[in-house]
Design a protein around this ligand. Structure first.
Ligand SMILES: C[S@@+](CC[C@H](N)C(=O)[O-])C[C@H]1O[C@@H](n2cnc3c(N)ncnc32)[C@H](O)[C@@H]1O
Length: 375
């Protein structure tokens, strides 16, 4: 039976995520601000959690109530029969997103929703669900928009961008979901050489390798939210996992390379590559940008140099952006390069004409992915 779902995504990645979900078999895919709505059956829900690289979570909307203020929210939440969704033996956590004039503090709104649910349980069973914010059986999302509250079950649990292969992080690492989305935005395909000359903890080359080797990112995770739902189908999940394991490729079609000036972060990148099982496929080298040469006649570069706002000072980074432009022009003819930056002034220092500018958020920072074609 088909059901409506909603995938949450970073700002600017709605279209990329919609495309990915369509490829996974999602139907009726439409985008909205920081989310993608789609429909599908239980198999699709599991498949999206296992395979999607660019999204945070998949929510299953279950109820919608009016919520002008705290009191109306509580009363309307209590009108729902919560025994349809959880028993007092199930632990619970409530996340809140969005807000309105009266309900403008997500933490307190989440508490109100939680209170309405457990108060109903106490009245009915004289028992209530424990609250477990780390590992709840039921993770509920309450999204407030104008005077409406949409209540959804979170099928993912922990955000899907936390693949689980990356304990080691350099300075300002990209989220794995953003790295995967940048590869899509750059139209990189596994037959093209990939290079990140400022690779830090290796997120971009590792995500490229996972894609090229057709490794489902969900295989690294220990659990998903839907696995504690009453309708959890263990056989269906096992079938999808086996299918994913059997569809992995053993070799890359083209080299995937990362380099960084810091030997410390290259150590971390190698550790992450080992944890993700792609250590023997990607080349991760300690190298200053000044020494980087093109490894083939054509390919795709994606890098995110420091922005000056987060690490290092503006002046220190000017030389780095200038060097990027010089090296692209002198040594990478035939390549397409992308720079993700949150600093317009620094971007100008590249000194090349960007053929495309794509707005993308990196966490809370509005950034631009700049495309440079080198002839
Ligand atoms: C913002 S971080 C990149 C983060 C990376 N994308 C990740 O996900 O971990 C920028 C990286 O550029 C590296 N870097 C700065 N100047 C460099 C240079 N001249 N040559 C090579 N790497 C440099 C830093 O060591 C740092 O790891």
């Amino acid at each position: 039976m088909n059901q409506e779902y909603l995938a949450t995504v970073a700002r600017g990645l709605e279209e990329v995520a919609a495309q990915e979900l369509r490829q996974l078999g999602a139907e009726n895919v439409t985008t909205d601000f920081t989310c993608v709505k789609f429909s599908g059956d239980q198999r699709l829900l599991y498949k999206v959690n296992l395979w999607a690289r660019t999204i945070f979570r998949v929510l299953k909307p279950i109820e919608k109530v009016k919520c002008f203020n705290k009191r109306e929210l509580y009363q309307n939440i209590q009108k729902i029969d919560w025994s349809n969704y959880l028993t007092p033996d199930d632990s619970l956590a409530v996340n809140c997103t969005g807000g309105n004039e009266q309900l403008n503090h997500t933490h307190f709104t989440a508490l109100e929703v939680k209170n309405a649910i457990v108060d109903q349980q106490i009245a009915k069973y004289k028992q209530r669900s424990n609250i477990d914010t780390e590992n709840p059986d039921i993770l509920l999302n309450a999204h407030i928009y104008q005077n409406n509250c949409i209540l959804s079950l979170d099928s993912s649990g922990n955000s899907l961008h936390r693949r689980g292969y990356r304990p080691a992080m350099g300075l300002a690492p990209l989220k794995e979901s953003l790295a995967a989305a940048l590869l899509d935005l750059a139209e990189w395909t596994p037959d093209l050489t990939f290079l990140d000359p400022l690779c830090g903890s290796g997120t971009l080359p590792i995500e490229a390798a996972l894609k090229a080797l057709n490794i489902a990112p969900g295989l690294y995770r220990e659990s998903f939210g839907f696995q504690t739902w009453p309708d959890y189908d263990q056989n269906l999940w096992n079938e999808l996992v086996t299918e994913a394991e059997n569809s992995q490729k053993s070799e890359l079609l083209a080299p995937i390379i990362g380099s960084d000036a810091s030997s410390e972060v290259i150590k971390q990148a190698n550790l992450n590559a080992r944890n993700s099982g792609v250590r023997n496929h990607v080349k991760l080298l300690q190298k200053n940008l000044a020494e980087v040469e093109a490894p083939s006649d054509s390919g795709i570069i994606i890098c995110n140099p420091p922005y000056g706002k987060r690490i290092g000072e503006l002046e220190e980074n000017i030389a780095l952006y200038q060097l990027l432009g010089d090296i692209f022009k002198q040594r990478f003819k035939g390549w397409t390069a992308y720079i993700l930056t949150g600093n317009k002034e620094l971007a100008k220092k590249v000194g090349l004409r960007a053929s495309k500018r794509i707005p993308v958020n990196n966490g809370a920072l509005p950034c631009t992915l700049l495309k440079y074609e080198m002839y």
